[in-house]
Write a new protein. Structure first.
Length: 328
């Protein structure tokens, strides 16, 4: 194992900066992954902008990234669940590096049928969408509504709902040209929100009853519109705030329909809880990953050397799917 490695840092400008730093060692309960590919997430441009000193940011330097795939290079004391040499995909802070330290509970095996560039784009989507469905009390046969379903994790959510036997999947998009993509992913009904009333369209698609479980990635007015689009005794789970974190809701829609509203954020502050969510997702979903029913949509692939171009692509708001960085 080399003494140093390349890692990408934010906080020095509008783009990531490559540096040579010492290779870390795994501590108790941790694994060291030799990353082969890493995926960019929605949080990455937010952190870049917040830390960019040239644009009024904090200038606080940090090692970037959250998601990677590669081989286990070393294991810490007490790790029995994964062996050196195993192909894994996982989530961990500071993942934009040649070697990544991760909690052993936060990695999953990579099926033989999957390459690293696709594998690295899956962990966040699998754990977030599956965890949100479970938080909503999802059961096979139920109707599921997924907002912003053409986002990177939204598309995975549609595929997960289909793989888990949803009775009907309603998916939203702001772009009518993306409707066929959602159909191929498994959506039964696509709602183009600039052209259709979300609540009415969902009720029409579900025989006037509404969705049993809603996965909302948008917030704002969309979150409010989801409440009357949810079946009596149903659940609305907010995952993201792609629009805004503020929402004005109709409390009658909430109360008279006896709805359950949940918010989820599967961060790293509760490692045991996150490990349980990842384990449940892996147990139920890895067979569907292996046979191709669940696949990430990859927009484009860059290298560490062209990471600045990846950042520019990200800020263009044009990506359709995940942006991947291959690791040297």
């Amino acid at each position: 194992m080399p003494a140093t490695m390349t890692a990408l840092f934010g906080g020095t400008g509008p783009d990531w900066e490559a540096r040579e730093i010492p290779v870390p060692r795994p501590g108790p309960g941790q694994v060291l992954v030799r990353a082969r590919a890493v995926a960019v997430n929605n949080a990455d441009p937010v952190m870049l902008a917040a830390a960019d000193p040239t644009a009024g940011g904090t200038g606080r330097e940090y090692r970037a990234g959250y998601e990677c795939a590669g081989e286990v290079a070393a294991v810490g004391d007490g790790v029995r669940s994964v062996a050196v040499g195993a192909r894994v995909m996982g989530t961990s802070p500071a993942s934009f590096a040649q070697y990544v330290v991760a909690d052993h509970r936060h990695v999953l095996p990579v099926p033989d049928e999957l390459g690293y560039e696709e594998a690295c784009a899956l962990p966040t989507g699998l754990l977030t969408e599956h965890g949100a469905l479970m938080a909503g009390g999802y059961e096979p046969g139920q109707a599921v509504l997924i907002t912003a379903a053409t986002s990177g994790i939204g598309l995975i959510g549609v595929q997960i709902a289909r793989a888990l036997g949803a009775g009907r999947i309603v998916a939203t998009t702001r772009n009518a040209a993306k409707a066929p993509l959602l159909g191929r992913a498994g959506a039964d009904t696509v709602v183009v929100t600039p052209e259709q009333d979300l609540t009415r369209a969902v009720l029409d698609a579900t025989g006037g009853q509404g969705a049993d479980v809603v996965l909302d990635h948008v917030g704002g007015r969309t979150f409010a519109a989801c409440l009357p689009a949810t079946r009596v005794d149903g659940a609305v789970v907010n995952i993201g705030r792609l629009d805004t974190a503020s929402s004005t809701i109709d409390l009658d829609a909430l109360s008279y329909r006896h709805l359950r509203v949940r918010g989820v954020s599967f961060g790293f502050t509760r490692p045991a809880e996150l490990g349980a969510v990842i384990a449940a997702a892996g147990e139920q979903l890895l067979p569907a990953v292996a046979d191709g029913r669940i696949r990430p949509l990859v927009d484009s692939t860059y290298s560490f050397a062209t990471a600045a171009e990846a950042g520019q692509r990200l800020r263009s708001h044009r990506p359709h799917g995940k942006i991947i960085l291959t690791v040297p």
